[in-house]
Write a protein of this length. Structure first.
Length: 150
């Protein structure tokens, strides 16, 4: 077995990438509270670009062995929910790509400031909800006490 692909190393890499995502989300949240000017706009663009680089790494690491495969292995009936979460994950990434294109096409920052804030807040809500649903599904799958009765 290649030591570079050991489960412990992959878990560590996923943890690092996930931590980076949360830091970037915090930075994004802070930037959305700032008045929009050229400097804020450049930082927003940089944070969105960093998220666009980080999220595929996180998704790739999560896909090693299959996205939420441990849930489906525990109970194959959860497959539909895992599939729905995977589709939501793809939609969230596509939405961030759309926001980045909007940023690139922007000429007047002040004109779109409120719209951009709303778009990014909605995106942050979606990705936070996704992570919450992933955790809940994992917890439910492993904590569900399926017994044979008395």
């Amino acid at each position: 077995m290649n030591p570079a692909s050991s489960p412990e190393l992959l878990d560590h890499v996923l943890e690092d990438v996930t931590s980076m995502e949360y830091i970037l989300l915090g930075d994004l949240r802070d930037l959305l509270e700032e008045p929009f000017d050229d400097v804020t706009f450049k930082w927003l663009t940089a944070v969105v670009d960093a998220l666009l680089q980080t999220l595929p790494k996180e998704f790739s690491r999560q896909n090693d062995g299959g996205y939420l495969s441990e849930v489906v292995e525990e109970d194959p009936n959860w497959y539909r929910y895992v599939t729905q979460l995977a589709e939501e994950r793809r939609a969230i990434f596509r939405r961030l790509c759309d926001v980045r294109q909007h940023l690139a096409a922007t000429r007047d920052i002040e004109q779109i400031a409120d719209e951009l804030r709303n778009e990014l807040r909605a995106w942050m809500f979606r990705i936070t909800a996704l992570h919450r649903h992933e955790r809940r599904l994992l917890q439910t799958a492993f904590n569900l006490d399926v017994g044979t009765g008395d």
